[in-house]
Design a protein around this ligand. Structure first.
Ligand code: ATP
Ligand code: DP6
Length: 420
């Protein structure tokens, strides 16, 4: 296996974005393989704002596979991690690192163990799809370390076995997860519909809504919906196939009106399925509903759609504007209704903070001077603290290898996470 002493550590680091579905995946036809009941479509978010970074290391001195997430060791014994590791190992090839004098043969990989360290640049398990970025990054980076040559479609089907939505984070831009027909899941893969440059005017504002309750996980929520919701069957068989075609067309022709209409309708139908589940699942809260109402009233008053909204399995609002102008107008309305609790404007906006100055919001005085949104007929209550913070982002690229050694999360000498 080379380097006689057996003391070497070989590493790879990658970064993968998260994604937000505009046509939702909700329901599995096979729990173990994670095969969905319908196709879904997502947009990939800018990895500078929402992504997972993962370093994977291999060394003959590692006695077992281990993983650290955000600095804390976590168990890899779960089926999802095991499935991803097994599927990637199966496809591993010869690796030569002449500089280090390392030569790993295909058949060696079964005997070697890996250390994995990952870090999310946004809150984990907070309804911002950390599992999507995380499993896509794990599969992508292991693939690089092990010299896996399979195409991105194949990688997406491995990431899918970590978390369904992760298969869509293998690409940037607009992505479709084709549900497939085969029982072995071989055709349940993601494909890129268009890259992030195709429609780069879109601005994405996420309202991270404060929530104290622990939500029902997507995995168990969708299992309950499959078992009990008649609306889910109707949605998967009758509504989604047609909606997916229309969404593909809207994306292709950059038709925001159609894109926004389909996105809002699909988010609302997904939450209707949750309500149709027994017992019903409530992911959105009162703040989510107020944000929907704000956007709907504005859209109605203009007669054309100004903003699209979508909500995953949690109360956070993902708002998509067709351009910077609409994004700044939206921000003014949002900050009128949801001013920062701690009078600190700068930490209230994460990501592309320049949207604040574009919206003329340079200080708390500017926020206090905002007029009530004209379209809100009843006096609008201002509520501090209902939104924790906003993230301003845009469409982004797919997974990337990070070559700078300084960004690696594992120490190349000890083989342990840096700082441990
Ligand atoms: N960077 C990562 N690398 C590998 N696995 C990760 C990473 N981040 C999160 N995960 C996995 O995803 C799990 C969290 O997924 P969960 O579905 O609960 O939250 P979420 O994806 O942030 O939110 P939601 O699915 O509601 O949008 C973690 O417990 C871990 O197993
Ligand atoms: C509402 C959703 O975000 C559901 C995502 O579900 P997950 O991919 O988290 O579920 P598992 O496959 O069980 O891991 C919609 C979507 O992303 O399409």
């Amino acid at each position: 296996m080379a380097a006689e002493e057996g003391q070497w550590v070989l590493m790879a680091t990658g970064r993968s974005p998260t994604n937000i579905a505009v046509i939702k995946y909700w329901g599995k036809r096979d729990e173990a393989l994670i095969l969905p009941v319908n196709d879904s479509i997502s947009v990939t978010l800018d990895p500078d704002h929402l992504s997972a970074t993962t370093t994977v290391a291999v060394s003959p001195s590692f006695p077992s596979d281990r993983m650290w997430l955000n600095g804390k060791e976590i168990s890899l014994s779960g089926g999802r991690f095991q499935n991803c590791l097994r599927e990637i190992r199966k496809r591993a090839r010869d690796v030569e690192d002449e500089k280090k004098g390392i030569s790993i043969k295909k058949e060696d990989w079964d005997k070697l163990h890996v250390h994995i360290a990952s870090y999310n640049n946004f809150p984990t398990a907070a309804g911002l799809a950390s599992s999507a970025a995380g499993f896509a990054c794990l599969v992508f980076t292991l693939g690089k370390l092990m010299n896996v040559k399979e195409d991105y479609g194949e990688l997406s089907s491995i990431a899918r076995q970590g978390s369904g939505s992760a298969c869509r984070s293998i690409y940037g831009g607009f992505v479709k997860w084709c549900m497939g027909k085969n029982n072995d899941g071989s055709d349940s893969i993601a494909v890129q519909l268009a890259d992030e440059a195709h429609w780069n005017d879109l601005v994405i504002i996420i309202a991270v809504v404060s929530s104290k309750q622990k939500e029902t996980s997507s995995t168990s929520g969708m299992r309950d919906s499959v078992e009990t919701s008649p609306l889910l069957q109707y949605r998967a068989q009758t509504i989604v196939p047609n909606r997916v075609l229309k969404m593909e067309e809207a994306i292709k022709s950059r038709n925001f009106e159609s894109f926004a209409r389909l996105t809002c309708a699909d988010s609302n139908q997904f939450h209707a399925v949750c309500m149709d589940t027994s017992p019903p699942i409530f992911y959105m809260n009162d703040t989510s509903h107020r944000i929907i109402s704000l956007v709907e009233k504005w859209n109605q008053s203009e007669g054309t759609l100004q903003i699209a909204y979508t909500f995953d399995a949690g109360p956070n609002a993902v708002l998509i504007a067709p351009n910077r102008k609409n994004a700044t107008l939206l921000l003014q309305k949002l900050l009128y209704c949801f001013p920062p609790q701690h009078n600190d404007l700068s930490s209230y906006m994460v990501g592309d903070k320049s949207i604040l100055s574009d919206a003329g919001l340079n200080s708390m005085e500017d926020v206090e001077a905002l007029p009530a949104p004209a379209e809100m007929k009843t006096p609008t209550q201002k509520s501090k603290g209902d939104v924790s913070y906003f993230i301003c982002s845009k469409l982004g690229a797919g997974p990337k290898v990070i070559t700078e050694g300084t960004q690696a999360l594992i120490d190349s000498v000890t083989g342990l996470p840096k700082g441990v």
